[in-house]
Design a protein around this ligand. Structure first.
Ligand code: 5GP
Length: 125
């Protein structure tokens, strides 16, 4: 059973230029843009240009060039937004996947959140 990618998802449409976005940074294999409903002063979504549903899909099937570009883009975004540990107060990365991860958009995206104290990650069960 493979990964089933829906090319009508909203981030695929952003990548095709069908829907506008507020770009923070772009590279050969990745795009970073502001979340439309920010949950922190910094809330940027980083997506690969390739058709990957989730982090596991990307980690297992993307090329090394795509993976390096993606990870470097996340680091660059943290720096551009001033939340990196070189300059800022830190950040949180979130990659929701699938039903249990409560993923809304089925194209891999890492949320880069920062600019305020974010509280604990999860509540105890
Ligand atoms: P998920 O729950 O899948 O991890 O997060 C999806 C994120 O995409 C949400 O934070 C939501 O606000 C954001 N989002 C949904 N539609 C759009 C859109 O059209 N443009 C932008 N920039 N963000 C979107």
């Amino acid at each position: 059973m493979g990964y089933d990618y829906d090319d009508q998802n909203i981030f695929a449409r952003i990548l095709r230029g069908e829907i506008p976005n507020r770009t923070v940074f772009e590279s050969a294999h990745s795009l970073a843009f502001e979340d439309i409903t920010p949950q922190a002063p910094t809330h940027v979504l980083v997506i690969p240009r390739g058709a990957y549903v989730s982090f596991d899909h990307f980690a297992l099937e993307a090329s090394e060039a795509e993976i390096v570009d993606y990870v470097r883009t996340i680091g660059t975004v943290a720096k551009i937004c001033g939340v990196d540990l070189g300059e800022g107060g830190g950040f949180r990365l979130i990659a929701n996947a699938g039903r249990d991860g409560v993923q809304e958009v089925p194209h891999l995206h890492v949320h880069v959140l920062g600019g305020r104290a974010l509280g604990r990650m999860l509540q105890p069960v």
